[in-house]
Design a binder for this molecule. Structure first.
Ligand code: MN
Length: 129
């Protein structure tokens, strides 16, 4: 474990399993929620270090979920990386406009994902003397 907790909001169980396994191997703790409202309550309860957000979700979509999280004082500091399917690339402006910090195309490339996670949650720390 590297001490970092990631909340993955995703309705597709196959994607959920894949990302949980992949990030688990890398030492991350991954918690999952299958829709936006469950994701928000889980974020409030668990205070994750970062959120991975599927866009197409049942109920409120990932864009609306991101907007709500970013409007909450206790959660707004948490980086959100949106995962966007090819069909939604045209929605880039809406996705960025929701307040997410970054986005990655689906299917997720492992190296790109790891790079982003390091960028938003450095697991090594610079020492100042
Ligand atoms: Mn989905």
């Amino acid at each position: 474990m590297n001490g970092k907790k990631i909340l993955y909001i995703e309705d597709n169980p196959q994607n959920m399993r894949l990302i949980k396994r992949l990030l688990g191997i890398e030492g991350y703790e991954v918690i999952g929620a299958a829709d936006g409202l469950k994701g928000i309550s889980m974020a409030l309860r668990e205070k994750p270090d970062l959120i991975l957000m599927d866009i197409h979700l049942p109920g409120i979509d990932g864009i609306e979920t991101t907007s709500r999280i970013k409007s909450m004082n206790e959660l707004s500091h948490i980086p959100i990386i949106a995962l966007t399917a090819a069909a939604m690339r045209g929605d880039k402006e809406r996705i960025v406009g929701s307040g997410c910090d970054d986005y990655l195309a689906k299917p997720v490339n492992k190296d790109e994902l790891m790079k982003k996670l390091q960028e938003y949650m450095p697991t090594t720390f610079a020492v100042t003397v």
